[in-house]
Design a protein around this ligand. Structure first.
Ligand code: NAP
Length: 484
């Protein structure tokens, strides 16, 4: 099936940090793919900005190299690449200095959609916002895109929100959480709210528990110093996993509209119960498989930062009272694997003798690898021999079901950048949402910092620390297997 492409309006997109890792690995390859798909029209332009003194030609050559490195070979078309590169300019600019801003002002057109992507350290957001405003490069119709991390606690997130609010209205600010740009994450909303099947049973009465897993095989080598100030709770739970939890737990919004959706997510965050010490397990990976452990990677021999965290979360409202949400995420685990699994309860009465063959229905939403959904259902085992039961997956892997090449499924960044140009904030975090998430996360982190809790060791290539298994065992449940 060929997906429908609706071209967006003509735009000028300025990417501050245009020479950085994120721009080269994700933003420019994503824009190239949208250009190739015909979504970005030939009048639109991308302006890279950073301190380095590049000419337009040098910058285009750098982006050319990035496309060859990060776009799959079968999507590299010389003619399209050439046409795409012709849409790119470069301005040398320092967020903290005055030089370059006049040139940027004369480069950006007034009569097109203007968007400014802050793909730089958050410490520079204020300087960029202030200078864009002072040089009248932005107006009330411009949009700004900001990257994670959005603060490291409630106080810093509030300060960032206040800084941006000096120059931009909330309707102009696009806080990226790339998990929201994933196809399956949006499909979670479609499955819930475009079908009658699930919503009537989407509650504690029928759902036993929910597991959200984001497992990575890589460690923090190469960015250990940065990660050591963050940890799994700040890096993954407060933002990405919280967003996933919200989409599962939220009430149906009255319309698929930015504020309607974000209002419902905010209510979920506010309904989260405080987490106690018994509801959390933190871990640090050991050396193994020829690689150093967390301690070596972080370059801090006394580090108490967690590279793994598992927690039990309760949503205190009528819909979810009694259904725990178990979250876990970690580095150097057995496989790169992310999924949401919604496990339903037992039928109230079994009419079959083969009760031992019975397994709970599970709706599995897989984020990686191979985005897709599986609904585990019971059927009769084929053949003679009586009524024996077995569980099979109703496989809804999108690439297969839609006859799509997996490479054609847009990457989260492509989708989100096009949403910025369209002016659609539904898949971006609102300021109050981010603050509410920090307000829930802060006491958890402050608790272990005040006690000086040390994370448990776990083997590289394992499923995480032993105690994480116990977190579910003591509730009579088990984690799903982390598999590659
Ligand atoms: P990076 O590789 O260190 O790149 C930083 C960029 O900022 C460079 O282009 C740098 O170029 C520019 N820059 C630095 N100081 C500047 C200044 N004073 N004025 C103007 N430009 C300046 O960082 P990154 O990994 O791309 O990350 C960028 C942002 O995305 C960060 O907020 C990060 O947290 C976030 N993020 C990154 C990833 C990722 O996978 N990389 C994932 C999620 C979020 P010059 O030195 O030439 O100025």
């Amino acid at each position: 099936m060929v997906s429908r492409v609706i071209p967006v309006d003509t735009f000028d997109l300025v990417i501050f940090g245009g020479t950085g890792d994120l721009a080269r690995r994700k933003i420019f390859p994503g824009l190239y793919r949208r250009f190739m798909a015909g979504q970005m029209n030939a009048d639109s332009r991308i302006i890279g900005a950073a301190r380095a003194k590049n000419s337009d030609e040098q910058f285009r050559a750098m982006i050319h190299d990035s496309l060859l490195e990060f776009v799959p070979k079968d999507r590299q078309d010389d003619k399209v690449i050439e046409a795409f590169l012709a849409r790119i300019d470069y301005v040398s600019i320092d967020a903290k200095e005055e030089s370059g801003w006049t040139k940027l002002k004369s480069t950006v057109r007034a009569n097109v959609v203007r968007a400014f992507y802050f793909s730089v350290a958050p410490a520079l957001f204020g300087d960029l916002a202030e200078r864009l405003h002072a040089h009248a490069i932005t107006d009330a119709t411009s949009r700004v895109v900001v990257e994670k991390p959005f603060g490291r606690d409630l106080a810093t997130a509030k300060a960032l929100n206040a800084t941006l609010a000096k120059y931009f209205a909330e309707t102009q600010i696009y806080r990226i959480d790339h998990y929201l740009g994933k196809e399956t994450v949006q499909n979670l909303m479609a499955v819930r709210f475009a079908n009658i099947l699930f919503e009537p049973i989407w509650k504690a009465q029928y759902i036993d528990h929910v597991q959200i897993t984001v497992a990575e095989t890589v460690g923090v080598d190469g960015r250990g110093a940065y990660y050591d100030k963050s940890g799994a709770m700040r890096d993954m739970v407060q933002n990405h996993m919280m967003q996933l939890l919200c989409l599962i737990a939220m009430e149906p919004p009255y319309h698929f509209d930015p504020d309607a959706v974000r209002d419902e997510k905010l209510k979920v965050i506010r309904a989260l119960e405080p987490v106690t010490v018994n509801d959390i397990v933190r871990g640090q990976y050991l050396a193994g498989g020829g690689e150093g452990g967390y301690i070596e990677h972080s370059e801090n021999p006394n580090s108490k930062t967690e590279s793994y965290v598992a927690l039990r979360v309760n949503v205190a409202n009528w819909r979810w009272k009694g259904t725990p949400f178990y979250l876990r995420t970690g580095k150097r685990l057995r496989a790169r694997y992310s999924e949401i699994a919604i496990t339903f309860k037992e039928p109230p009465h079994s009419i079959f003798d083969d009760a031992k063959g019975w397994k709970a229905n599970v709706l599995v939403i897989r984020l990686q690898p191979n985005e897709g959904m599986n609904l585990m259902v019971m059927i009769k085992e084929p053949g003679p021999g009586g009524m024996r039961l077995m569980q099979v997956p109703l496989d809804m892997t999108f690439a297969d079901a839609l006859g799509q090449d997996a490479e054609d499924v847009p990457d989260a960044y492509e989708r989100l950048i096009m949403d910025v140009i369209r002016g659609n904030q539904t898949l971006f975090m609102r300021g109050d949402e981010v603050e509410a998430a920090w307000a829930w996360t802060d006491p958890i982190i402050q608790g272990w910092e005040a006690r000086g809790d040390k994370p448990q060791d776990y083997d590289a290539g394992s499923s995480g620390p032993e105690d994480a298994l116990m977190l579910l065992h003591k509730d009579g449940r088990r984690w799903r297997e982390i598999k590659g």
